[in-house]
Write a protein that binds this ligand. Structure first.
Ligand SMILES: *Cc1c(COP(=O)(O)O)cnc(C)c1O
Length: 466
């Protein structure tokens, strides 16, 4: 039996949902009430009965809950890619989160020199730490921080080579996922790119012969997201530095990722560091804050003090500078590197990359019964070996042994069932993102840490794959 002869007015409905208004705000709830009433009216025009009162209110509640949720929501990254650009790259250490929260909540000495009471420089918050970590505190080394590494490259090129030429090997004209291509960035920086060598081979004499009256600098780009193998030749940084310096030119390296620690010491594939780049003779290095460094999104430019000073005077620096939240997280992250013994335990990026495969497989075995129960007859679940990747272009060829929950639909033509299962995991309160391979849905458990096991398990009851 239907409660409504006519649909109630918006205000009458609103009067009955004070708790929704309290949680989500009057404007949002009003919009939801209007939308549900309009849907009911539309249905009734097409001969459907008006909804039961309880159903109407339940629909309003559902709509408000969905609309009131944050758009930028936490998810479970079970894609097997640790530094996943679309999922926000590096997770911050607790120390970095705490310093960010402090900076958000209170006034802080962002550009204020507490010793003199005069104006400070925001780069000074991390410049000394970076010089210490990268160059043993050498006084001629300084740093400046911008929004991301793409900005770091743009600013560096514009400040040092506007209207002039920069020499880069053809084998290093990389495109980083999305819209970052070295030749395009050069053009926007108003620098003329001089390409040398061929795709697979570049020689020292190619650099030397490219230098002319208009040359402003030599540049090396770390080919972070692909590898050229076979008949190849690159010129190492030391040699390029010598050629540049003989001509009185600066040599800059875009490292892309750039970790401050020795990956080999953690059993990881070696990755070039800014320390090595400067030691090899680079005058400046640029790298990302949120790739292997494990910090916030930022672009770090580190190197010779007089070049950094020139970069800081460029008007683009003001447009590309970072805010206090970024600097808070970056400072705290860099401080963790001052205590290498505890780094792998405190820095999530390194902790996740070094997680042993047997520990991940054991987690899979613990979760398997619950995942199988949530899927019922729809699929069979097993724990299988898989390989994770580092992501964000770092070490594209290397794989890290890991373990995944592998979900295979039981239906004969399983394509649709697979999509339905994938979508159901994405609809969970905290969406779960895996990947499909070989007609199976994979959940690589490398990035599901112990502290999250319970919440992952608890929400499985809400899984609705049908
Ligand atoms: C990732 C990367 C960039 C871009 O860095 P963002 O921090 O994403 O802007 C530039 N150069 C190289 C070589 C990279 O790997």
């Amino acid at each position: 039996m239907n409660d409504f002869r006519h649909l109630p007015a918006v205000d009458r409905v609103l009067a009955e949902v004070p708790e929704l208004i309290e949680s989500h705000g009057r404007q949002l709830v009003t919009a939801c009430v209007r939308a549900e009433l309009a849907a009911a009216r539309e249905g009734s025009k097409h001969g459907l009965p008006l909804p039961e009162k309880a159903d109407l209110f339940a629909a309003i509640r559902r709509r408000a809950t969905t609309a009131g949720r944050a758009n930028l929501r936490p998810v479970f990254n079970l894609t097997g890619t640790v530094l996943h650009t679309n999922l926000g790259r590096a997770l911050l250490a607790e120390e970095a989160i705490a310093q960010m929260v402090d900076a958000a909540r209170s006034p802080c000495a962002l550009e204020y020199d507490l010793a003199s009471g005069g104006r400070g420089d925001r780069d000074d918050l991390v410049s000394g730490l970076l010089a210490e970590l990268i160059a043993g505190g050498a006084p001629e080394i300084a740093a400046t921080i911008v929004n991301n590494n793409a900005a770091a490259v743009l600013l560096t090129l514009n400040a040092l080579a506007q209207g002039k030429e920069a020499v880069v090997s053809r084998g290093e004209l990389v495109e980083i996922g999305g819209a970052f291509r070295i030749p395009d960035v050069m053009r926007r920086a108003q620098v003329k790119l001089v390409e040398i060598g061929t795709t697979n081979r570049t020689h020292a004499k190619d650099y030397a012969e490219a230098i002319g009256p208009k040359t402003a600098l030599l540049m090396k780009v770390h080919t972070s997201n692909y590898a050229v193998t076979g008949f190849t030749k690159t010129v190492d940084a030391k040699e390029i530095a010598a050629i540049a310096h003989a001509a009185g030119l600066p040599f800059i390296i875009d490292l892309g990722s750039g970790t401050l620690c020795d990956f080999a010491a953690y059993g990881l594939p070696p990755e070039p560091t800014p320390q090595q780049a400067l030691a090899a003779g680079a005058d400046l290095v640029t790298f990302s804050g949120d790739k292997l460094l494990g910090g916030p999104q930022a672009g770090l430019i580190v190197g010779r003090r007089e070049l950094i000073a020139k970069i800081k005077k460029n008007p683009l620096k003001r447009a590309l500078r970072v805010g206090k939240m970024t600097l808070a997280a970056l400072e705290a992250t860099l401080r963790l590197y001052c205590d290498p013994d505890r780094l792998a335990e405190r820095l999530p990026t390194l902790r996740l990359l070094t997680r042993p495969a047997n520990e991940i497989a054991a987690l899979g075995q613990r979760l398997l019964p619950d995942v199988q129960a949530a899927l019922g007859e729809l699929a069979t679940v097993s724990v299988e070996d898989c390989s994770s990747q580092i992501g964000s272009g770092a070490l594209p060829v290397e794989r890290l042994p890991s373990a995944a929950l592998v979900i295979r639909p039981t239906a004969k033509r399983s394509g649709k069932a697979l999509l339905a299962i994938e979508a159901a995991f994405r609809r969970l309160p905290r969406p779960v993102i895996g990947y499909v391979r070989d007609a199976a849905y994979h959940l690589d458990l490398r990035c599901l840490e112990a502290g999250e096991e319970a919440s992952f398990r608890a929400q499985l009851v809400a899984l609705q794959p049908a």
